[in-house]
Design a protein around this ligand. Structure first.
Ligand code: 6R9
Length: 647
């Protein structure tokens, strides 16, 4: 293991502010004396009232009450915009790069302020008040960031819904959060195709399905045809036309909610993870600065979508709180051709690039072609997020994109953690391909076995975090019990991540993937339960079980076992229909890769589906099924193996 070590590049050990010694000293203080450590870090932000109470957190399963900086007062939009205006009003905040290379735009901090204030005033005109929820269903255009920041400015709680979700999924999320307004665009664009965003919102709202919504605010992006209902529909440009470009930020408590973001879990419907203002903003700002060794003239590019947590923490709040210049990309890495990433890096002189293993693997399949003829000399730091990065993809990323010069910041974290938890520091940490390396300040990872014993030294087990950190989720919206049950009941008094990990003899962490029924498909997090519920809502399906299986590009593919209702003929046409159905009911990202029809599923005598067996068959590891003696009908397994699809 130790043979494959990449030391900190010489160029990064010079004149940087976070060496190995400073990392160690700061880390030690952050865990031995968190109060003192975080009391110093509050200077990261501008406060109306600087907090004096730093940490007040309780992981006990009875209560689970998490508060940071609770007597502090601030506004997130002020911190992301206004405080940069004095010296940097003309600095570019966003270089927007369209789906088509012919479309681009730049937005300075001054313009950002103007747009955000106008919209904030517009939202007030629509009756949105502090504490109200606003749903945002937008493509990757600067207006998505305006919408988030306008909410933050007036103290409304945004709930961004990924632009790839279907009408049902939109309606569920709107209803769970009781959103008052939904902000969208006429259409999105992806790889030359248009995405009917407004039409999807219309369908979600059909038959008064979302009674809390009083207005649909639409940004005219493509000028495509949309249906219009004067009772609820409002054009963004018409609403904001007469609004002032000044809007006083609302003074918020550090613990006031900033946003809700829905994410998939092991069971049931997605959970609305709630993040609050002070701790979240401070932690994302700090991690952004350290993980990317951020310097004021840097050009930073994260290829995520605002619909996911990475788009919140490291495209919106983290970089903007630092006054950074970043690229906002509407398109996909392989359009119009596989050199798009390299072309955009060259066009803007990108210094730090943060992307996902699935994109890296898709490019890697083309050898050196994705960089042919492109100048990548501006790159200094590369980042990876969303799923484990396999060593081959790591090495390709390092050599071909990073030209063997740039460290790879493989950052492990989650929607619930708000910011990076385990990640190398570019100027301090020697790298091992495939390892997220060491914890960030204040993070105390530990490994537990199934019985709840903490494992010492080099070991493999379930990953938990032993104490709170500022950007930790505070609750599940409207369901604190579910928050406690999901994260604090597997092992009392620690946060359970749902991931497995290995710790090596250098105390480096290697994330091995989810240990629950959450899939990670191309870096998108999906619950098997959600896909199963979409499947059984089709009238030909009696029962469904969904598992993940290893997939070269996507990391995990979706393998579906379905039992048809009596009399249904399961042929290829029906398989196609089922795949389309899930696409439409949930999202294209949830489309099953493999659909195996079966007359039965392996169940225990008490009727529980034995997923362990289904996972093995899907992985084509059917010879190692383990103990099947508790099955109600062992012959089911024979026939499943016989007709397995991943050979
Ligand atoms: C930020 C984000 C969280 C899950 C997480 C884990 C996986 C994310 C990873 C990683 C290995 C990394 N994950 N980053 N696994 N190495 N660097 O992706 O949040 O969408 O909530 O997904 O993604 O399994 O538990 P989210």
């Amino acid at each position: 293991m130790s043979a494959n070590i990449y030391p900190v590049p010489e160029s990064l050990t010079q004149g940087t502010y976070l060496s190995e010694e400073t990392y160690k000293a700061m880390y030690d203080e952050s865990v031995n004396n968190p109060e003192a450590f975080w009391a110093k870090q509050v200077e990261e932000l501008d406060w109306y009232k600087t907090p004096t109470i730093i940490k007040n957190t309780d992981f006990s399963p009875e209560k689970c009450d998490i508060r940071w900086f609770e007597d502090g007062k601030l506004n997130a939009s002020y911190n992301c915009i206004d405080r940069h205006l004095k010296d940097h009003a003309k600095k570019v905040a966003i270089f927007w790069e369209g789906d088509s290379p012919e479309n681009s735009e730049k937005v300075t901090y001054q313009q950002l302020h103007y747009e955000v204030c106008k919209l904030a005033n517009g939202l007030k005109k629509l009756g949105v008040k502090k504490g109200d929820r606003v749903a945002i269903y937008m493509p990757m255009v600067p207006h998505a960031a305006y919408a988030m920041l306008a909410c933050a400015r007036i103290g409304a709680v945004h709930s961004v819904i990924f632009g790839g979700f279907s009408p049902n999924a939109i309606a569920d999320r709107i209803n769970n959060s009781d959103a008052k307004v939904v902000i969208t665009a006429d259409e999105g664009r992806r790889a030359g195709r248009s995405v009917p965003l407004k039409a999807n919102v219309d369908e979600a709202l059909l038959n008064n399905a979302c009674p809390s919504i009083t207005a649909v605010l639409t940004h005219k992006l493509t000028g495509g045809q949309v249906n219009w209902n004067d009772d609820v529909d409002v054009w963004w440009h018409e609403l904001t036309d007469e609004c002032s470009g000044q809007c006083e930020p609302e003074v918020m408590d550090a613990e006031d909610p900033l946003f809700i973001l829905y994410t998939s879990g092991s069971t049931g419907q997605p959970k609305g993870v709630v993040h609050t203002t002070g701790g979240y903003l401070l932690y994302t700002s700090l991690t952004f600065r350290y993980a990317f060794d951020y310097k004021p003239d840097d050009i930073y590019w994260c290829t995520a979508d605002v619909g996911w947590i990475t788009g919140h923490s490291y495209m919106t709040y983290g970089p903007l709180a630092n006054g950074a210049t970043q690229v906002f990309f509407e398109g996909v890495p392989t359009y119009p051709d596989i050199r798009r990433i390299a072309q955009v890096v060259e066009k803007y002189g990108v210094n730090s690039l943060y992307t996902a293993p699935t994109a890296i693997r898709a490019l890697m399949a083309h050898g050196e072609k994705p960089v042919e003829g492109c100048d990548l000399s501006s790159l200094r730091i590369l980042g990876s997020v969303g799923e484990p990065i396999n060593p081959e993809a790591w090495q390709w990323y390092h050599k071909v994109i990073g030209q063997s010069r740039c460290p790879i910041i493989d950052s492990w974290w989650q929607t619930e953690t708000g910011g990076m938890m385990i990640a190398p520091m570019p100027c301090a940490t020697a790298l091992k391909p495939g390892s997220a390396t060491r914890p960030f300040f204040g993070i105390q990872p530990a490994l537990f076995d199934a019985e709840g014993n903490e494992l010492e030294d080099a070991a493999e087990g379930n990953l938990v975090i032993k104490d709170s950190w500022p950007s930790q989720a505070r609750t599940v919206y409207g369901d604190h019990k579910r928050f406690i049950d999901t994260y604090f009941s597997a092992y009392p008094n620690v946060y359970f991540t749902g991931d497995g990990a290995r710790r090596d003899t250098d105390d480096y962490y290697w994330i091995t993937g989810r240990v629950d029924d959450v899939l990670n498909v191309s870096g998108h997090r999906l619950g098997t339960a959600e896909i199963e519920s979409a499947l059984v809502s089709h009238n030909v399906i009696a029962e469904a079980a969904v598992v993940g299986y290893p997939h070269d590009i996507k990391g995990q593919g979706i393998y579906v076992y379905v039992t048809p209702n009596d009399g249904v003929v399961a042929d290829e046409a029906l398989t196609l229909e089922i795949r389309k159905w899930v696409r439409k009911e949930l999202s294209p990202i949830a489309t099953p890769d493999l659909v195996q029809w079966t007359n039965g599923l392996p169940k225990t005598r008490s009727g529980k589906i034995m997923r362990r067996i289904l996972r093995k068959i899907a992985a084509n590891e059917y010879e190692q099924l383990g103990d099947t003696s508790t099955l109600a009908d062992p012959t089911v397994v024979e026939s499943l193996i016989d007709k397995r699809l991943n050979r």
